[in-house]
Ligand binder design. Sequence first.
Ligand code: SIN
Length: 497
Amino acid sequence: MSSVLSTAPTGLAALPPGARQLLRDSCLIDGRWQAALDGRTFAVDDPATGATIGRVPLMGAAEADAAVAAAGRAQQLWARRTAKDRAAVLDRWAAALRERRADLAAILTLEQGKPLAEASAEIEYAASFLTFFAAEAPRITGEIIPGHRPDARIMVLRQAAGVAACITPWNFPAAMVTRKAAPALAAGCTVVLKPAEQTPLTALAVAALGELSGLPAGTLNVITGDAPAIGRVWCDHPAVRVLSFTGSTEVGKLLAERGARTVKRLSLELGGNAAFLVFADADLDAAVEGAVLSKFRHSGQTCVCTNRFLVEDSVAEEFTARFAERIATLRVGNGFHEGTDVGPLIDDDAVAKVTGHLSDAVGRGAALLAGGETEPGSRFVTPALVGGVTADMRVMTEETFGPLAAVARFGSEQEALALANNTRSGLAGYLWTRDLARSWRVSEGLEVGMVGVNTGFLSVETAPFGGVKESGLGREGSRHGIEEFLDLKYLCLGGIG
Ligand code: SIN
């Protein structure tokens, strides 16, 4: 493993002029950019250096309530527009994201830390949800069901659910905004959205482009601030009909409990503990490349990142050795420096979790085979590999959410499945084999919402993203993603014929 040494500008100095124009220090409520009612703000940090790069409003319950009121007023008008009209606004928003891709990517790297190339890919990923759901809007069709009496007919309408509250995470500050807002708006819902405290600048910039693209006042409201206070208001508010959250399982459960009081529809995309199964007949070179992508993309900070590598006994040594060699080629550095593969972790807690998992594993007998170095106060951790891992270690039972790969062994397909399913999470799983029958058997046997067969990358707007077990409820992306924001209404027509 090596570090990128560069003199290219970083931090605020790395922002192009166009990106500076997109920086906001206020929030969008009812079509107006506003400060917090009491004027309070909080700092946003550059995770690469810890330096403050901006301040945004520290809003709370009152602003959360005002945002819902604005969204409620806007909703009927928005839903009454034709689907084509709503789609045209989303298409313009997608075009704006693509046009300002470099500016948005720079803001994203600045506050989030991921390498600029990954940030740029995320902006395209964000735009893809707008394009996809713009096309879905005119496909929200109903049904006619034969009557239960000769004079009756049954019709089914699919109608916008109402106001949707969306709470988005820091690991994909642009794409998770549009993965939620695009289907909601396409369906005719209006949106109140709170981005993660760590990464509000990207969400505000994306919202600014939405406003410029013709979203009417109140259709998209974005507020930053006190997460528990805002979450409580949105969970309790009767006008909020859908609560869509991406984040930890712990917070997802709290929202689900609180939302139950007003019987909210929930769309929850929560934590994972993905297993990556390598069978002896796998193409090991491809499996190693898939492993690097699946583990170290975005410094291991995605919910579909592999957490547990499970490798068949006869190839475990060879796979681990090749994986260690490949890890040694990854370059750690500031996201603005060309050639960086692995950027900083989001905050000090994230570093503590990774180093805690590493010392727990090594303390219980695992072998450290690569990386794992960090310096006091730094958010950079060099990509790490541990072998000889056992089922009781924290790297196996908890989601690490960082650049630490843990390898354990299995002896049979049955044992591999039992190990993989030995978790309360069920988001993603990966398997590597050349045996077609096994790929079906194991895919069907994995208790997850998404399976990568001979690939370490799953995310695309056309596929349903989501988990089973404690990894969540509902799906995002694909034609299924819009259903989270639609209610079925059945009409019984009598007196016909
Ligand atoms: C997530 O980590 O929440 C999303 C990951 C992805 O869409 O690839």
